[in-house]
Design a binder for this molecule. Structure first.
Ligand code: GTP
Ligand code: MG
Length: 459
């Protein structure tokens, strides 16, 4: 099955957007439908300590997994990850960056769920969307983080008042009405006078959000003093708006020498910060294909002892996830998968996320990951999921159904080639050849077109 006939599909329609060099990359992840998710899992209102600590644990895992993340800041169901200015993470490819971050965050959320909610089973797959935004200098990054922390303060103060009123007997409508037009001062007064609550005594994690970064410490893991400083990933609830944290942690972003003069002109510049958000909408009247593929799958399949060359159960698990994707996203009209990948064709006129590419990429990658995690036990009842599976996503658009068909033919031809190769490879290995020797033999066979006669040879 010649693949070259379909090569044009890749050459002419698959593009990779690279994020601009010398910019700080921020990936902001946000829980999808967490209003419903938090109700379903009976989160405490307005803040659930366990849910927030679970988010912090996921952020910590992100810093462990991706060393180029220098700081993360989270509140409620969102987390922002700042990659260092000169990161070459997947050559700064936007789709890789966003899909891998969201997928990895999702899988850790699912795998750590039981540590924080031991008596509460996951009732629906948690999933997240994400956006990636570039900031050109330290000032704008600091403004960005300050903006998120101000948002945290505004929302948390409102929610604290709102739920205090509701718990005291007001209806939700009455509580909203009572808070309409109130200033920050009014809200503090209300809490103090009606509920004897000093807002500043509320836990810092609720008021300030959480910051995760590599701290320089002079103690070992048990807290004993050591001579040399070492880096330890730390979760704290510091103020990021004022200068103190940054003065004490200059190594995280570097020095922002003109920060004060810029900040003085437009206080914190939040409106300015929002302008960096760069939405790419997929072209209209095009068929969108989202291709999901597992990362580091060789290692994953080895650790989970998948059959070689094909593990039927693993393939059926992928198919089950694909079916769930079609239920979750009714605009998907067709799915095709093999090995560790799946392609989903969206109907031509889909308005999913108003065709915002980042949101489509991230939510598809997150959803698929979450389904994989939730379905694992059903397909592998006697195997523990020990390593987090995570998936990357590419999206491309095709103007005509004919090209969509050629895309699918290309994938199937790739399936054939790959499967023929791995079938031969594992036959040789099982017959006693070393893996390197098997590769060498196959090089010869696959260069000359004797593939079909190979099976005869190996027997
Ligand atoms: P989308 O992000 O647009 O999908 O909507 P969403 O439902 O996730 O809402 P949004 O992201 O705007 O806000 C997050 C929501 O998550 C809050 O409104 C809460 O309902 C819920 N949430 C987040 N953290 C907590 C928590 O600690 N306790 C409770 N009770 N709810 C929380
Ligand atoms: Mg949300």
């Amino acid at each position: 099955m010649a693949n070259s006939k379909y090569e044009y599909v890749k050459r002419e329609f698959e593009f990779h957007r690279h994020l601009p060099a010398s910019n700080w990359i921020v990936v902001r992840i946000d829980g999808c439908h967490f209003h419903r998710f938090s109700e379903l899992h009976a989160f405490e209102k307005p803040n659930d300590d366990r849910a927030l600590r679970l988010m912090n644990a996921c952020a910590t895992s992100m810093l462990e997994k991706f060393p180029d993340i220098v700081i993360a800041y989270g509140v409620s169901d969102e987390y922002s990850f700042v990659f260092r200015e000169k990161t070459e993470f997947y050559k700064r490819r936007e789709s890789k960056n966003i899909s891998l971050c969201v997928s990895y965050f999702t899988i850790v959320y699912g795998m750590k769920w039981k540590d924080f909610f031991p008596n509460n089973d996951l009732k629906e797959p948690p999933y997240f969307d994400g956006r990636v935004v570039c900031y050109p200098n330290i000032n704008t990054i600091r403004d960005y983080l300050a903006w998120r922390q101000v948002d945290c303060h505004i929302n948390n103060q409102y929610n604290t008042c709102f739920w205090a009123l509701v718990k005291s007997g007001k209806t939700e409508k009455e509580a909203h009405q009572a808070l309409k037009g109130t200033s920050s001062k009014d809200k503090n007064k209300l809490l103090l006078q009606q509920f004897q609550v000093n807002y500043n005594d509320e836990p810092a994690m609720f008021r300030k959000g959480s910051t995760v970064y590599r701290d320089k410490v002079k103690t070992d893991d048990c807290g004993n003093p050591i001579k040399r400083t070492r880096e330890a990933i730390t979760v704290s609830n510091f103020d990021l708006i004022g200068p103190e944290f940054w003065e004490n942690h200059q190594y995280i972003l570097g020095e922002a020498s003109d920060y004060l003069c810029l900040g003085g002109k437009e206080k914190y510049g939040y409106e300015y910060v929002k302008k960096f958000d760069n939405i790419h909408r997929l072209p209209y009247s095009n068929w969108t294909i989202v291709r999901i593929s597992a990362c580091q799958f060789d290692q994953f399949s080895l650790i989970h002892s998948f059959d070689k060359p094909n593990d039927e159960t693993a393939l059926r698990l992928m198919n089950a996830c694909a079916s769930l994707m079609m239920e979750q996203f009714p605009d998907i009209i067709f799915g095709y998968g093999f090995d560790n990948e799946y392609s989903f064709v969206f109907q031509e006129k889909t308005e999913l996320y108003q065709r915002d590419e980042r949101l489509i990429i991230s939510s598809c990658s997150s959803c698929f990951t979450s389904f994989y995690m939730m379905k694992w036990k059903e397909y592998f009842p006697s195997k523990e999921l020990v390593q987090p599976p995570h998936f990357q996503v590419e999206v491309s658009c095709y103007p005509e159904p004919r090209i969509v068909c050629d895309y699918l033919s290309r994938r199937q031809s790739e399936c054939h080639n790959r499967n023929q190769y791995t079938t031969c490879f594992w036959m040789l290995v099982k017959s006693g050849e070393g893996e390197n020797k098997a590769k060498e033999i196959l090089k010869v066979f696959f260069l000359s077109s004797f593939r079909s006669s190979f099976i005869t040879y190996s027997n």
